[in-house]
Design a protein around this ligand. Structure first.
Ligand SMILES: [Zn+2]
Length: 634
């Protein structure tokens, strides 16, 4: 069921970033694994781009820079060197990463560039110690066939990953720099995708190509997807950081719905005759109304010496609270703008009040003081005086934009598929050459070598899995589309566990565990192998595998054998099993008399619910059948 009206002219472009599993980072010899220990060093910095760089910084970046934030970097010797600390120039581009990227490009029929040049992309949120991210175009103009349709791949690039955020207070942002410099491959499609489903299919197909190189990382955080979405009469919206493939189509759907609802709000405002000039920048000090308020946010601000300011939004009544996507309202958008531009905690709007400890009486008196009509809305903000004023300026700006429809902007994807305002869309001049890194030539010889050793395509792998392991087509395809193909091959190469069982666990079972909210992708490959090892040596049955995986996901660092103990998984001896069967036969005499052999499935169900995980289902079935036949014959 879709949340939006079908619109034939939706245009979506997809940008997939995936970490490469190379031995070293992109510009130094550090490993590409994240730190497992606590940081050894911390250092505080304030980013200061040079004047020449500032000349190229766009408005949004400059704004963030002026926000006077310091950055606390955390590092350790295992995962970082002087390059990440920006105390030593970068080494030349990592050859292994270049080759992986070129192989993927060739699989997508793209044209490699003659020479790879590193460029600097300005980033002033502190996620790069240098103040920029290094990025290199490796190939252009590829093509990927998805469901019979040719999807143009505009560009394939190599980038360095940014540091990962560890926290944020009003004045300090924290980053762990272990991730900084891990190679990322970036694949950009042309903005030609037409539906949420198509976006998901294309993402899946790109993922399959990247995995074919056998040199990409998997699991949470290894893939990030950016989208740009536009609808007719809407605007081009950049949507950053969709983490999971599963919510990609939701993210597109919610963005379409958000733009459509904003257009409806625009039309309604026009019907109500709202013009930009009737929204006055007149802010009323309402502090005296709220000195005794029970609202915690207001109280907190007042104790810190702040004020409560009110703003009337003429004829916006009912529209500020209108839902744009689940949990997202025009009021949420106004609030995000106030947070971004003024650094306040948020705003309250009349469509959501009384609530949050603000009483009906306080709402009534606010309306009275702001001289509102029933069709009007109002916004409240509490903070120190200059911040509160800036916050309401940002709200007025957003309200005026509502009259135009959908403002162009960059948004952050949330885990539920909705998004929040992040910043204005950056201008074009965000890149300039990285002079510390020499260009890397892409020779014909290298391309010939890579072309001759291109990885197996997804179809070829599927075919091989069906032939060698006897998997059916559906299971083979699921495995190729999953992150676990390599793990499957390792497990089946080293154990006698049935291949189709391993494949089912790694695809269907893992997927359904994930849907249940079990963090299954965090379980390390070695732990998964250990679980199958227990099956292989006969210590646990196949029936216990799902439970053990679930247990392991909640006890990531514990030994799998502890799980066997804790879950009370033990193998029944043949005699013990026979005793259990005997008991069930005794307890169901009447049923057996009535139904004869057909009592089997009911008995099998009740026996299995008692012994599942501690004996093989096949064995139970055989023994029970035998015993039942004996019983029926009397
Ligand atoms: Zn390093």
């Amino acid at each position: 069921m879709s949340n939006y009206a079908e619109s034939p002219k939706v245009k979506v472009g997809l940008e997939i970033h995936r970490q490469l599993d190379t031995r070293h980072k992109l510009f130094c010899a550090c490993p590409t694994d994240l730190a497992e220990s606590d940081p050894e060093e911390k250092f505080l910095r304030r980013l200061r781009p040079t004047q020449s760089e500032l000349g190229q910084v766009d408005e949004a970046a400059l704004f963030e820079f002026h926000r006077e934030r310091s950055v606390m970097y955390e590092s350790d010797h295992q995962t970082t060197c002087l390059v990440e600390l920006d105390e030593e120039p970068p080494a030349r581009l990592n050859d292994e990463a270049v080759e992986v990227c070129l192989s993927a490009a060739l699989l997508m029929k793209a044209d490699p560039v003659d020479e790879i040049h590193a460029m600097r992309k300005i980033v002033i949120d502190g996620s790069n110690t240098t103040g920029f991210q290094r990025t290199c175009v490796v190939a252009l103009d590829g093509m990927l066939k998805v469901d019979g349709k040719n999807i143009p791949i505009q560009q394939i690039s190599l980038e360095e990953d940014a540091a990962r955020k560890t926290g944020q207070t009003r004045d300090v942002v924290g980053y762990r720099i272990d991730r900084l410099g891990i190679p990322l491959i970036e694949v950009t499609t042309a903005p030609v995708l037409e539906s949420p489903d198509e976006v998901e299919k294309v993402a899946l197909a790109i993922g399959t190509v990247l995995r074919a190189t056998r040199k990409v990382k998997r699991g949470i955080g290894s893939v990030r997807q950016d989208l740009n979405v536009s609808i007719p009469d809407g605007a081009l919206i950049e949507l950053k950081g969709v983490q999971e493939l599963e919510i990609l189509n939701k993210a597109v759907e919610f963005e379409i719905s958000r733009q459509q609802r904003l257009l409806e709000i625009r039309d309604e405002l026009r019907r109500r005759g709202v013009q930009p000039d009737i929204i006055e920048r007149k802010y009323t000090d309402l502090t005296d109304l709220f000195v005794k308020s029970k609202a915690k946010v207001l109280q907190g601000a007042l104790t810190r010496g702040g004020i409560v300011l009110g703003l009337k939004l003429p004829r916006f009544g009912g529209l500020v609270g209108k839902e744009l996507a689940p949990g997202l309202r025009l009021g949420t958008e106004m609030s995000s703008h106030a947070v971004f531009w003024a650094g306040v905690g948020g705003i309250f709007h009349s469509d959501e009040l009384p609530s949050y400890g603000i009483t009906e009486e306080e709402v009534r008196r606010t309306n009275e003081r702001l001289d509102t009509d029933p069709q009007d809305a109002f916004v409240l903000v509490a903070d120190e005086i200059s911040r509160a004023n800036e916050a309401l300026d940002a709200v007025v700006d957003r309200a005026i934009d509502a009259l135009k429809g959908v403002p162009e902007e960059t948004r952050t994807a949330m885990p539920d598929g909705t998004s929040r305002y992040m910043r204005p869309r950056p201008g074009a001049a965000r890149m300039y050459p990285e002079t510390d890194v020499p260009p890397t030539p892409v020779t014909d010889e290298l391309i010939r070598k890579l072309t001759a050793t291109l990885p197996e395509t997804a179809e070829a792998v599927s075919k091989r899995l069906m032939e060698k392991h006897g998997l059916n087509q559906k299971l083979a395809k699921q495995l190729v589309d999953s992150d676990y193909l390599e793990l499957f091959e390792q497990i089946t190469a080293t154990s006698k566990v049935q291949a189709s069982f391993v494949a089912t666990i790694l695809t269907e079972t893992c997927k359904s565990l994930q849907r249940e909210g079990v963090p299954i992708t965090s379980v390390s490959e070695s732990k998964v192998k250990a679980i199958f090892g227990l099956v292989d040596e006969g210590s646990v049955t196949k029936e216990a595998v799902a439970d053990l995986l679930k247990w392991q996901a909640r006890n990531l660092d514990s030994d799998t054998r502890e799980g066997v103990k804790e879950l009370g998984i033990k193998m029944l001896s043949e005699e013990e099993l026979e005793r259990v069967i005997e008991r069930h036969i005794e307890n169901n005499k009447k049923l057996i008399q009535e139904r004869g052999q057909s009592a089997f499935s009911s008995l099998m169900g009740s026996v299995m619910s008692e012994v599942r995980g501690s004996t093989d289902a096949q064995n139970v079935s055989e023994k029970l059948k035998q015993r039942l036949t004996q019983e029926v014959k009397g």
